[in-house]
Design a protein around this ligand. Structure first.
Ligand code: ADP
Length: 465
């Protein structure tokens, strides 16, 4: 096992990794930018190293500085968390060249599954269902138009190396498709340095259901069941739960096994998420594979009792998975609300600044993953998520009731947060009945005129998840 690891990330996920490492008796080294010099999570690391100014491009994304820090601190491995360099195959490769273990998949497996196009090809070879659409990047507008008329509108143009909901355009006809290709490609080029885009069928009223999987370096893989992340705003998840409500257990079993099989075929070692959209008849279509720990991993931990971050570290150290599929059980229901420092009344505009009031909820079945506390100043430079409130209950109804109570206790001020929106959603019929699709929150916000966001463009900081 490793004796010291470096955490190439910040905020709640840095703290989450520190906790897992501590339980395994591993020392932690945290790198940080000047904007995070007072980051409360740094107190819990054994060593901290400043790697540059606030801009992520000059700190958390600087491979050379992170590797230098790793060399100075003499660590055995690096955990990238999510966002930043977590899905950067070049970073994983540099780690390998420097004889530092990357806590995640090999660069080869990451490239294979991380690129949406090669992932689609890989899925086709296993039994993982995918959307009808392109097998390769779009070469000309005319080819795309031909394909779209074959699969039928609406279609969606997507970036091969997309993430965080960027580089996507929905087209209901040819007139929208042509400019959509150029727009998506430009956005993808700017955000990911790769302008390759492809076309697939667009599902209007889908649910987002994903499978958590784990693979080891010995050719084993298991799944940890499913999560529902249908509650989104602008393609970004707001509420996640496990298991996905109302999914036929046989269907779940088939899809989950296919997902585990997919990563095994890719010789994938680490934690991954195979994301699907599910239609009203519970047909599944793969969206992509995320080759890292997900923000929403705690809901899976709550229903399986498995510490996913600890398993990632063990897998990277070469340990085989300690269980067979049949040993992994689902227990109860878990829900997570992402608490963002944003003002839902004003187009979800980020709310950096000093937190003077921070009074967390508690009680049975309540978990709070956060780096925030009273006196913390939220820097304007990064993602606006400041806490994840997670509950567990014997049933979905109990989990909802528990979440209502916890949200009612939670006080954060004076900055605005998404807590009031979550409170409202916990009372919303569509959520309670799980009669929802990925656009229901936007419809709700639009219908009462609150949080109308179409005209407000908020550039997302480069900690995209
Ligand atoms: P990203 O990597 O940017 O997160 P995904 O492929 O995971 O991109 O898609 C993000 C979200 O975009 C999905 O959760 C869904 O809301 C929407 N989306 C993507 N592809 C489709 C599709 N074919 N049909 C309908 N919605 C889609």
């Amino acid at each position: 096992m490793f004796s010291r690891i470096l955490i190439a990330n910040r905020a709640e996920i840095a703290l989450r990794i520190i906790r897992a490492a501590r339980e395994l008796g591993i020392e932690t080294v945290c790198v940080y930018s000047q904007a995070d010099a007072d980051g409360p999570w740094l107190e819990f690391a054994d060593q901290t190293i400043c790697i540059g100014p606030p801009e992520a491009s000059e700190s958390y994304l600087r491979i050379d500085r992170i590797i230098s820090a790793a060399e100075i601190a003499n660590v055995d491995a690096i955990h990238p968390g999510y966002g930043f360099l977590a899905e950067n195959a070049h970073f994983a490769e540099v780690c390998r060249d420097c004889h530092i273990e990357f806590i995640g998949p090999s660069p080869e497996a990451m490239s294979l599954l991380g690129d949406k196009l090669s992932c689609r090809r890989m899925a086709k070879a296993s039994r993982t269902p995918i959307f009808p659409g392109s097998d390769k990047a779009i070469e000309s507008e005319d080819d795309a138009v031909k394909l779209a008329s074959e699969i039928g509108y609406p279609v969606i143009v997507k970036a091969a190396s997309g993430g965080g909901g960027r580089g996507m355009r929905v087209a209901h006809n040819e007139m929208a498709l042509r400019p959509g290709i150029a727009a998506a490609s430009q956005e993808a080029q700017a955000a990911f340095g790769n302008g390759a885009v492809y076309v697939e069928k667009y599902l209007e009223d889908a649910r987002h259901v994903e499978i958590q999987v784990l693979g080891d370096k010995h050719g084993n893989s298991v799944h940890l069941f499913d999560r529902d992340c249908t509650s989104q705003r602008r393609h970004q998840k707001l509420i996640e739960e496990a298991p996905a409500p109302g999914v036929d257990p046989k269907k779940r079993d088939t899809i989950a096994k296919a997902a585990a099989d997919l990563i095994r075929r890719a010789e994938y070692a680490g934690a991954a998420t195979v994301e699907f959209l599910m239609d009203r008849d519970q047909n599944f279509f793969m969206l992509e594979v995320n080759t890292r720990i997900q923000v929403e991993h705690p809901v899976t931990e709550m229903v399986t009792g498995i510490d996913i971050v600890k398993e990632m570290i063990r897998i990277a150290a070469g340990e085989p998975l300690p269980w067979k599929q049949r040993d992994i059980m689902l227990r109860g229901h878990s829900i997570e609300c992402r608490i963002n420092a944003e003002d839902p009344q004003r187009g979800f505009i980020p709310q950096p600044g000093l937190v003077t009031e921070f009074s967390p909820p508690g009680g049975i079945g309540v978990r709070l993953d956060t780096h925030c506390c009273s006196g913390y100043r939220i820097p304007p430079d990064y993602d606006s998520m400041i806490a994840k409130l997670i509950v567990h209950g014997a049933s979905r109804d109990q989990a909802i009731a528990r979440m209502r109570g916890a949200l009612g206790e939670f006080r954060i001020g004076p900055i605005k947060t998404t807590i009031p929106l979550h409170r409202r959603l916990m009372d919303e019929r569509q959520f309670i009945d799980a009669e929802f699709d990925i656009r229901y929150i936007e419809r709700l916000l639009r219908s009462d005129g609150s949080g109308v966001t179409e005209s407000v463009s908020i550039p997302r900081p480069p900690s995209g998840r």
